[in-house]
Design a protein around this ligand. Structure first.
Ligand code: HEM
Length: 524
């Protein structure tokens, strides 16, 4: 064949390919717009046709706000993906997340896993496998386990307070970047509760583990767009075929230090467990990893977890147990720094309820501090911790959500940020107002108002997949806030937002935080 004829053939095939590609996309667009089961729902035109729009918003870091804006424009339900809708309704949340709902976790969760082959309790999508793993995890969060963990939480909070106050505490101490400062507290607590050792990241000396919270944020920020991308399936396929190796090499230093920390801590803890076997039962330290190591398969009696499953479960505990609690504490102190009225009211409640700081521990007195709990709930509403949504899809045979039927495989999403800022439920959703959680006729808040607010409030999710660590998290937050504000006056030196939220994940870059807090001894 002459070179001219070969060029003609190539040009011909090239043109044909382009025409075929265009025709294929037109066909897909027409189907998605007019014949797809979700065709009746409104939404941005391009998002209804193509999954790339949703992906684009995930890369911007502002997807929760895009979702909220779309609800303002298109109403309660809008189509954000050819095969998915967002629904901003408390009823829809219950329909999708209740234990009996015919819905399932999507492939998104497999992408979240460190090792897609060793899925942890959060990432496993098979319901029976999840129930088995969750039973084991529950033993690490039983009332007894939390009760025995409390003394470690208190010890860390007390030391953190001591370090916040400088010298004799009579003058304002040097301002601290609150986001980082709270990260160190939460990580030290987590280290003690999970691995039975204090990580000492709040101590002044240099410590490579101080980079761990940043490593966690970076890893989450990196994976978030991938999870929302149309190439997630290919990503999961490639992961065991070389992609994992490549990613490990490209990882940032902070992300590496977080991974190494988890691995080292776990392997060190496994060794210690062997030594602990020789001790009397009451002298054994029963931290979270202890429960995982001791778990047995009920049928075979052998260890329930392989070492890669243990690692995967440990990663979950570290991420779920640190980033979330730190975000809520940060959001709460940030909101207090913006309102003298709320700050003073909370301080009054804490200082009038307890006579001594040591009385601030789990128990009816702490849990009866109504305003404290309202401030925490309002922080969880105001700055929800998870990503934009907890992705679910309709199971076999489809499911009815909010009165509308969706066939199997339809993505059914509820934007957490949008739901917690739903105008119809909260009236003034963009205002941090703890009073909305306490019925008080004089303040104009009725029982019905509180019930309505609670009807849309699911900070720890709902059903079988709800947060395993919720009681621990609440205790940690309550004692940290109460002991800190009992002991010291806190003051913000800047009035801008401390933490921007990127798809539910903190940016938290060093030096970019605006909320700096310093304390001085309280007069009580
Ligand atoms: C204020 C703090 C916290 C909030 C708001 C929170 C919220 C949540 C939410 C919404 C989920 C469901 C995620 C999903 O389905 O995609 C979840 C799951 C989970 N959380 Fe938390 N969490 C917090 C603290 C903690 C702590 C301190 C721990 C333990 C160290 C923890 C351990 C877990 C675990 C193990 C799961 C997976 C449960 C399962 O899938 O069965 N969380 N959390």
């Amino acid at each position: 064949m002459s070179s001219n004829t070969r060029d003609d053939v190539l040009n011909h095939w090239f043109l044909l390919s382009i025409v075929a590609f265009i025709l294929y996309n037109i066909r897909v667009a027409v189907y998605n717009l007019y014949f797809h089961p979700l065709a009746k729902y409104p939404g941005p035109l391009l998002a209804r046709i193509s999954p790339w729009v949703n992906f684009y918003h995930a890369t911007t870091g502002k997807r929760p706000f895009w979702i909220w804006q779309c609800h303002q424009v298109y109403g309660e339900t809008f189509r954000y993906h050819p095969n998915g809708v967002f629904i901003n309704s408390p009823t829809a949340f219950r329909d999708v997340f209740n234990s009996k709902a015919n819905t399932r976790k999507t492939q998104w969760y497999h992408g979240m896993a460190l090792e897609p082959k060793s899925l942890n309790t959060l990432c496993v999508t098979d319901k029976q496998a999840h129930a088995r793993k969750r039973r084991i995890l529950n033993s690490a969060f039983s009332d007894k386990a939390i009760h025995s963990a409390e003394k470690y939480i208190l010890r860390h909070v007390d030391r953190w307070n001591e370090l916040t106050l400088e010298g004799d505490g009579k003058d304002w101490g040097a301002p601290r970047d609150f986001a980082e400062w709270v990260d160190s507290l939460v990580l030290d607590i987590l280290g003690d509760l999970a691995f039975g050792r204090s990580l000492e990241t709040k101590e002044p000396q240099d410590n490579p583990l101080k980079a761990v919270p940043h490593g966690i944020s970076q890893s989450l920020k990196f994976i978030n767009p991938v999870l929302h991308s149309p190439f997630l399936g290919a990503w999961l396929w490639l992961h065991p075929r070389g992609l994992k190796y490549l990613l490990d090499r490209l990882r940032s230093q902070a992300s590496k230090s977080y991974r190494n920390f988890v691995m080292e801590s776990l392997f060190r803890r496994i060794k210690e467990e062997e030594e602990l076997q020789a001790l009397e039962e009451e002298n054994k330290r029963k931290d979270m990893i202890h429960y995982l190591l001791q778990a047995k398969d009920p049928e075979t009696g052998v260890a329930a977890y392989s070492s890669s499953e243990l690692l995967s479960e440990t990663v979950l505990l570290v991420v779920a147990g640190s980033d979330t609690t730190a975000i809520i504490l940060s959001a709460l102190f940030f909101s207090l720094s913006r309102s003298e009225r709320i700050y003073n009211k909370l301080v009054r409640e804490i200082r009038s309820t307890f006579k001594f700081v040591d009385e601030i521990r789990s128990g009816t007195t702490l849990y009866a501090c109504q305003y404290l709990r309202a401030c925490v709930d309002e922080a969880m509403r105001f700055s929800p911790t998870g990503g934009s949504e907890m992705p679910r899809e309709a199971g076999p045979g489809g499911v009815t959500v909010n009165g509308e039927f969706s066939p199997e495989g339809t993505r059914l999403s509820i934007g957490i940020w949008s739901l917690f800022r739903n105008d119809e439920v909260y009236g003034d959703p963009h205002v941090y107002r703890p009073e909305r959680w306490i019925a008080d006729e004089k303040a104009g808040v009725t029982e019905d108002d509180v019930a309505r607010a609670k009807s849309a409030f699911f900070p720890f999710s709902l059903g079988s997949y709800n947060c395993a660590g919720k009681n621990l998290a609440i205790l940690e937050i309550l004692v940290t806030v109460a002991r800190t504000l009992y002991r010291m006056d806190a003051q913000s030196i800047a009035r801008q937002h401390s933490r921007r939220v990127q798809a539910g994940i903190r940016l938290g870059a060093k030096g970019q935080e605006d909320l700096r807090i310093h304390g001085r001894l309280s007069s009580c």
